[in-house]
Write a protein that binds this ligand. Structure first.
Ligand SMILES: [Zn+2]
Length: 220
């Protein structure tokens, strides 16, 4: 299929846009626009019903809610610096991640940075974590255009959010995850936005380095 993205810069929208990298599912006013770029659906070539979520590692999860010849909504993933190239997001491949990742966000705790959720998941389900990282890569192993954090683990967390099981806010990533804006997760309705635990703070409290170590990379 030919990628068919239109790029149109919306100066009027940029003036009132939230700070760079802070995104949520957008309503009609901002639909289909990532950092001033309008993105059309590769299935129906319309931007009218496109929404998006930022994923870790400069990836974006797009969804077009149209019906697409009875196939239903279409979902795809692209890298922020290269929106012209995309891959279809396959929800089925994240099915096995939903319950394990949901268990990694506890009721009553502050917003926890994405890296904490992923690390808890990795400790509890090392084989499952390793299988997805071997398939899609991870920033601990060096630069990847796509990572398991983006297209697998954060996609699964996004599905849990759509189901109402989890809620999220965006904030700065810390330690090994910086620099980028990243999600912080909680059980609904979520604590006050000032009540947060960063990856770096959590690491200090749990006696591990906030950076990737040789022990992290072992086994891949
Ligand atoms: Zn579409």
């Amino acid at each position: 299929m030919t990628a068919s993205f239109r790029r149109v810069y919306l100066l009027s929208c940029q003036a009132s846009a939230p700070p760079r990298g802070h995104f949520a599912r957008h309503g009609p006013a901002d639909r289909g626009s990532v950092e001033g770029v309008i993105t059309t659906c590769p299935r129906c070539f319309s931007a009218d019903d496109v929404t998006y979520e930022r994923l870790p590692d400069q990836l974006v999860d797009f969804a077009c809610s149209r019906n697409h010849d009875e196939d239903g909504p279409f979902r795809w993933i692209a890298a922020l610096g290269d929106l012209d190239h995309h891959e279809q997001a396959d929800a089925g491949i994240t099915d096995e991640l939903l319950d394990p990742l949901s268990d990694c966000v506890a009721a009553g705790e502050p917003w926890v940075e994405y890296g904490i959720v992923e690390y808890r998941f990795r400790l509890r389900h090392p084989d499952l974590f390793a299988a997805h990282v071997r398939e899609r890569g991870h920033r601990m192993l060096g630069p990847h255009k796509v990572t398991a954090s983006g297209v697998r683990f954060a996609m699964a967390l996004g599905r849990l959010s759509e189901r109402g099981e989890l809620v999220r806010i965006y904030g700065p990533a810390t330690g090994a995850w910086a620099p980028q804006d990243i999600t912080y997760w909680a059980r609904p309705p979520g604590p006050p936005t000032t009540s947060r635990v960063t990856w770096a703070t959590w690491c200090a409290d749990h006696g591990r380095s906030p950076d990737w170590t040789d022990a992290d990379r072992a086994g891949f």
